[in-house]
Design a protein around this ligand. Sequence first.
Ligand SMILES: [Zn+2]
Ligand SMILES: [Zn+2]
Length: 503
Amino acid sequence: MKLRWIRTTLFLSLALSCISRQSYADSVKSDLVLQGTITHAQNQTYVQVPFNIPPGVFRLTVTFQYTGKEQGTRLDLGIFDPNRFRGASGGNKSTFTISETDATPSYLPGPIIAGRWFLLIAVPNIRPNDVAHYVADVVFETKPQIESFSNGPLRNGPAWYRGDLHMHTGHSDGTCPSQTGKSVPCPVFVTAEAAMRRGLDFIAITDHNTVSHYDAMRELQPYFDTLLFIPGREITTFWGHANAFGITRFVDYRVGSPAVPDINAVARQVDRLGGIISINHPNDPTGEDCLGCGWTPNPPADLHLFSAIEAVNGGALQGPNSGVSFWERQLDDGYRIPAIGGSDNHHAAWPLNHPDSVGIPTTVVYAQNLSVSAILDGIRAGHVFIDLTGSRNRILEMTASAPGQATALMGDSLHAAPGADLQLTVHVVGCSGWLLKMSDNGQDNSALPSRIVSQGDAIAHFTWRSDGKRHWLLPQMETPQGKLEVLGNPIYVNDGDRKSIRQ
Ligand SMILES: [Zn+2]
Ligand SMILES: [Zn+2]
């Protein structure tokens, strides 16, 4: 009997060492490994496994595995912090995460208090003479990083991914009709369903200043498994709005208070936490209709601290409040800062043909895969165009080539000596009957004549000669009546590399 026990133990140990390291620890290094054995003597009892959490942890992730399931062993999971119960998932989840803002369903978000916690292992069944071995890999997040509600990319491979980067739910001022038609704070899932109807690949929900919507986003992500949820929030100050993406931790938005002297202090917080920040609807007027909506920070914003400008907001697709002119002024001033768009939807139940519905405009990002970090990398790089009416298939892409240099995409930079020729190629899909309009530093250039697109899938070539100076070359699609339909990002010539606060 004893010999058999040892053999079983060895076999189970080997089996455990295989299962516990493959799916999780290959990519994430554990800070702590809790392991042990459970025997029949512990059947129908609760085993408390203590462990210490050091100060400075903002997220705790536990991955739990055990042997003996084939023999009917069942080990159920729960957790207590030093003061209280923080959730239990029984046998229905093998991994969970808890942070101040969000937690896997079954678990409660809240501060990750330093001190003694207990992993609770309930033992509903283990047969006589059986031994189960468990391993809990524990990861403490302490360093800034891009936060995601998904463990990996939702889709692999480089592609143009379509999304909406600016939306509000009932966690701020988003409303929708209740079951009886009353206007109520709108649950997050209604926005997700609207995005699915639009055919989007990603959404950033950007409620004003709060971080309360992340728990709902974490719950919804596994269900909406083709729609990537990007953590977002609209930093809302008395002198302008700015969207922060990719982070879940609190950012102090109280510009004018001692801790936050100006908007640049907000942008630095976002950067320190690992996220990016975009200036929102900069040409909106500020007034009692929309307090703080215009971009009037004082002292002025340091544009080097911002990763994008919302050139197209759903509330101002065209006309004097459009942010395009603000964005182009920054390009003229020498900044290399990408244009993005966002619907700023506050009514997720509006039908798709409503001019302010989710996905109008759609921001389309060329990314290496469908993950938060890849989409944000694509935005940082300016590999972006904005589809103002939110189609499912429209494409506007431009490349430029020069001898001896890698092909540039929109957002990239090339060097061109005086007299050197660049070859520009513009590919458009779904724009038949519209005008391809090229501009050079915001002006017409006879080397870049406008062209009517006559096919659903069309390619245009241009040769552009450099004068050795800095230029930004921008493609956009307009209707013959001059209405902007698709806005690209420029390819920059002789721009040098954009300064970054990370340098
Ligand atoms: Zn706003
Ligand atoms: Zn907004």
